[in-house]
Ligand binder design. Sequence first.
Ligand code: ADP
Ligand code: MG
Length: 239
Amino acid sequence: NERDLRLRKKYGINVSGNDVPSPLQSFAELSTRYGCDSYLLHNLVKLGFKEPTPIQRQAIPVLLSGRECFAKAPTGSGKTLAFVYPMLMKLKHASKDGIRAVILCHTRELATQTMRECKKMAKGSKFRIKLMTKELVRNADFAKVYCDILISTPRRLQLCISKKKKKIDLSRVEYLVLDESDKLFEHSLLEQTDSVVKACCNPSIIRSLFSATLPDFVEEVARTVMHDAVRVIVGDKNA
Ligand code: ADP
Ligand code: MG
């Protein structure tokens, strides 16, 4: 429709896929269109975020409509919120239903930073957000560990998957985000990333890939496992 095309043009958003949901005109639509809880709007005010960034305008509605997605947007363009907000909205309330969402990061530093951001965005809710630390890998009885959102590197998560005893159960994960996904698919991490993706075997899982570059091979690999994914690109496709 005309309005969607105009907005996308204005913000340099390129999309491909079937029935791509309308981009957000403002953060207020999170409430008027999607009925988000007020703590989320309150946290935007506290963070000082007035307008959604282009990637947030398009990726949030895509994920909220239950679609899988590939998103490419420059570094510093607000990709973290673009995947964390829909995740918080979809998970709705804290629950003790095993591990419900996973965010994979290619380095421990990025995982730590993502957890900090995530906690700020979830402030005022009861969500349990956990970072996979070395101690957790070594000591936890994963038969008893639950959390709403787990943030980890592929290496640490794979160690927990391949434990002989007390191993982690990812079969109930409803949302899986691969952040800086091009790095997760590089040779050195590919096998570990792949085993995490396979362990997240819930048939109704929603997966998404976020990165600053989207090499063709990454998209090709991902397309083989993703269902009816939407591709969202902000800026130049080949940048
Ligand atoms: P990326 O993952 O795309 O590199 P980040 O998610 O790390 O980017 O965000 C970069 C910076 O932009 C962070 O400091 C974040 O707090 C800020 N930011 C995110 N969304 C907004 C927004 N809508 N308005 C203003 N600043 C934002
Ligand atoms: Mg990022």
